[in-house]
Structure formats: structure tokens, C-alpha cells
Design a protein. Structure first.
Length: 120
């Protein structure tokens, strides 16, 4: 699938924002991949628990605190997404700088707000 969104920090817990984001992304018929600590499923999206070499990732949307993001820097850069969205609480200027150095856009925004205002 082309132009996929990868949700990192995905959870099967319906109260988590990552879970809500997956549902809203799918509700807009967007292609979604998910990576979390545990395998699971949200709607028709499988949550993987290992860093797979996904292809055609357009957007990575983060639901990981900055300290946990460090282990994902090289992985996310290797996916060559067009952009990375830092949701509230995930802001990380060190990672923003690394992304810029690798010609990857970053956005400090809320995926749910972007979707609800047709700015996604």
C-alpha cells in the first residue's frame, strides 16, 4: 500500500490516544501500520511488536515519550518517511534536528486535531 501512516506507540487500550488515532485514520480510509510494545489488533490494523522494514511510509505519528524515542531514531530515519508527527507529550527537539538533517519533515501537532480539521 502506498502512503501509509505508521503509528508508533500503538496500544489495544481503547482509552489510549494511539488507539483512537488508529480508528480515526482508518475511518478516513487511510492505510495504517502500527508498532507497539505488544502484539494486538485495532479494527483491521495489526499491531506489530518488532521494528519491521515497512515500505511506503509517508507519515510516522509518535505516541512515545522522548526518552523512549531514542531507541527508534535510526529505525524511523531508515523508513524514509515524508514527515514525523510529534503528538502532545512527545515533543523532542533532538529528534527534530536529526530528522531535519535527514531531509524528513517534522510537525509538532496532534494527529487527532489534524484529522478533525482536514489538515492531515
Amino acid at each position: 500500500m502506498k502512503n501509509e501512516t505508521l503509528v508508533i506507540g500503538a496500544s489495544t487500550n481503547p482509552n489510549r490516544y494511539s488507539n483512537i488515532a488508529i480508528k480515526r485514520l482508518r475511518g478516513k480510509d487511510l492505510n495504517v501500520r502500527a508498532l507497539g510494545l505488544r502484539k494486538g489488533e485495532v479494527l483491521d490494523v495489526i499491531i506489530d511488536d518488532e521494528k519491521l522494514p515497512y515500505k511506503d511510509i509517508d507519515t510516522v505519528t509518535l505516541y512515545l515519550n522522548p526518552n523512549r524515542q531514542v531507541d527508534y531514531y535510526n529505525y524511523i530515519i531508515s523508513l524514509k518517511p515524508r514527515r514525523v508527527i510529534f503528538n502532545p507529550g512527545t515533543e523532542n527537539m533532538e529528534f527534530v534536528k536529526l530528522l531535519k538533517e535527514n531531509n524528513i519533515e517534522s510537525e509538532i501537532a496532534c494527529t487527532l486535531v489534524l484529522l478533525s480539521t482536514s489538515q492531515y
